[in-house]
Ligand binder design. Structure first.
Ligand code: SF4
Length: 304
């Protein structure tokens, strides 16, 4: 069975079981709440929709390889996990005729999922599903297609503005401009997740198919609104954006295909190829991928 380790700032790597056996020996380990991150699901033949949104390699290694939780990089991820605990304890604050559930487990096509929150008004025939994401401004920019471009500075006549002195004297001045480019918006994994929840609810209660639906992603950004990202077009900590419902056949095809690839890899024990979408390698860091260390060791062997 795979072992989970903690990596401290000192770069010391220690099995979680050793830390638990003698926590006071590790001055960096009063953060007991990191045990939440160490609580890895065991493989029981049931996949979770979030497994199928990972690259197959990442999901395969998550279940089969030793895992290192880097206390520094895992901090933002962990803050997101606590939101689930808070939602789990939440009670319905609405009128009795409103169905409101949080952290609600569903199953669709043999795949499990947990809806952050949904709201059904049977009188008004409205279904609202919310999925919440905590993270950095990067995830929001990716979802919306916010791009930053370096553009030449021009004066009021449209003529290029040049540096007048210094090492770059005579060269064109540039500035960074932010714009929305819908063709760069990458909403796929959000569309899959929320559409999965929608079809799971509709399968259980077919009446909902005829209700007006609102599907949302709620971004709670730790760095939104800070000066560094304001200039990149992210001026708030909090955004609620609509999600597009996927065609049911496309969704089914995608999730069943992902499930089959993961099944095949786990049964054969062969590590799948590197993930098809690594956001130009940005995802291959501890803060976005739990298995980056073992993945890179395998890559080095594959390349040798
Ligand atoms: S390190 Fe990159 S390629 Fe490897 S599993 Fe993680 S995301 Fe996929």
């Amino acid at each position: 069975m795979a072992t989970t380790y903690f990596r401290f700032k000192s770069e010391e790597i220690v099995p979680v079981s050793d830390v638990l056996a003698d926590p006071l020996q590790y001055p960096e380990f009063p953060p007991y709440y990191y045990l939440w991150a160490a609580d890895q699901r065991e493989l029981d033949g049931h996949y979770h929709i979030t497994d199928l949104l990972l690259g197959t390699r990442e999901a395969f290694l998550k279940y089969t390889a030793d895992r290192i939780i880097d206390l520094d990089s895992a901090a933002p991820m962990l803050a997101g996990s606590f939101k689930h605990g808070a939602l789990d304890r939440m009670e319905n604050p609405f009128e009795p005729n409103i169905v409101f559930k949080t952290e609600h487990s569903v199953e669709y096509k043999g795949i499990q999922g947990r809806i952050d929150a949904f709201y059904i008004d049977y009188n008004k025939k409205i279904l609202v599903i919310d999925d919440m994401k905590t993270g950095g401004a990067f995830s929001y920019k990716k979802y919306m297609g916010i791009v930053n471009e370096s553009v030449p500075v021009v004066d009021e006549m449209g003529d290029p503005v040049l540096y007048k002195s210094g090492a770059r004297k005579g060269l064109q001045k540039y500035k960074t401009e932010t714009r929305l480019d819908p063709s760069k918006a990458d909403t796929f994994e959000y569309d899959v997740q929320v559409s999965f929840y929608y079809y799971a609810l509709v399968e259980k209660d077919p009446k909902l198919k005829h209700f007006t639906k609102q599907l949302w992603i709620h971004f709670m950004l730790r760095d939104g609104g800070l000066a560094a990202v304001q200039s990149q077009g992210v001026k708030s900590h909090n955004f609620r954006e609509p999600v597009t419902l996927m065609d049911q056949r496309l969704l089914d095809h995608y999730i069943l295909n992902q499930k089959e690839m993961l099944d095949h890899a786990l049964k054969s024990g062969n590590c799948p190829p590197i993930c098809p979408d690594t956001w130009d390698k940005k995802k291959c860091q501890f803060k976005y991928c739990n298995v980056v260390d073992v993945c890179q060791k395998i890559q080095a062997l594959e390349e040798s």
